[in-house]
Ligand binder design. Sequence first.
Ligand code: AHR
Length: 501
Amino acid sequence: ENARIKIDVERTIGEVNKNIYGNFVEHLGRCVYGGIYDPDSPHADENGFRKDVLEAAKGLNISLLRYPGGNFVSNYNWKDGVGPDRPKRLELAWQRLETNEVGTNEFMTYAKMLGTEPYFAVNLGTGTIKEAQQWVEYTNVKEGPYYAELRKKHGYPEPHNIKYWSLGNEMDGYWQMGHLNAIDYSKKAREAGKLMRLTSPDIKLIAAGSSNYRPDANPDEWNRTILEELKDYIDYIALHIYVGNPDDNYYNFMSTPLVIEERTKIVKGMINEVMQRTLRRDHTEDPIYIAWDEYNVWYRARSGANMVGDRALEEHYNLEDALVISGMLNAFIRNADVVKMANMAQLVNVIGPIFTSKDDMFKQTIYYPLALFANNMHGTSLDLFVDCETYDTEEFFLGLGETTTKQTDVPYLDVSATYKDDEVTIAVVNRHKDKAITTDLIAQTGEFTGSLEIFEVNGPDIKAKNDFGETNVATKKLESVKAKGKSVTYAFPPHSLTIIK
Ligand code: AHR
């Protein structure tokens, strides 16, 4: 019997916010130096930025770019990265020398070239609320006060108008420099946010929710506390997730995007609860949204020498990783009513979709699903009916140091859909390793007309990787298929992502 996907354009979930196609640049390993910026590369432009990397990044249609960290930010003094004197600092989070050649203004030049919205994180570890306020003054105030005038003196007469600001990074994590407990973090974030908003009233503030679902972390208590304490100030709560396949169990790994969905639903419930009990003072009408502020597959380069220095976190991705990323993007779309931001961590070299050497680069497997989604999945998210075979997993570890999970009724077909300008676009991951799944796509409202445009990400086997000069996993545009009437039948190939417009 065929699987079935029923599509009803009147059953909607919410608007897909383009900021779910965000990305992240941290001063870590070769993400900035040797990644987006490398004056010694033959591909560098007159400012030292890599043209080939920029071109590849443009293909990801990046809506939002988070900067400058990450764990890095929790001991970062933004003043080291502006003006003519750039002190070299010992960078403690990732154990390297930070030259500060790239800072606020250089990053803004890059964001402009990329055509993306900047999203800055302030240091709430070793930094003060005053330094956070001064940074906003430097970037967002047109003229008058000291730091606005300093920016002008540095050659930037117009303010950068940075709208998105996160209040610290992973402050729940014991590894975070200046780690705080939930109440102390809330107090510091509230006061920092207050000063930042007094300086630039239209900014959006993102609070550091739970990054840390380790067995002893108590993430729900952390999230509940900061929602209670910060509800009058924040626009988003940030969650982070990294998953892996350390036991080399394909089906367990394929189920990990469902964890995003579980956590999203729990935090959504908490937001509703907090909002229902007490009204917000300042933003009474505005909802609080969830930002999946960092997400990716990360488990190989996650210990010892792989965790520090100039070559830290250089993960080499394969096809199964690309399918997990597809599942994560599906999960964001299926929760489009509350997930209004998501940032792949990170853009280049460091757990990134783009990988460089001094004179070459290649696109990793995870590049392709992100590019396909970011360029095609927009509009209203649809609540689909999906009927297909399912499987159960045993209990397994999500990734290094993380909590365990067990998933039941994991559908072999993982699906999301968007609707825009009379056109439905559907994203389908076939998680089955060996079997094509023949599926009836059934229109509950309207009819199929014209021809279906079909894109597929696949490869010779689930462990297939790309490398310099070698592309084994990529997007293929297939021959379009004529469609007419209420239903179309399509066979989704094993271990694949298919996007049909
Ligand atoms: O993205 C790599 C690191 O993962 C980030 O610096 C940190 O926020 C998280 O732990």
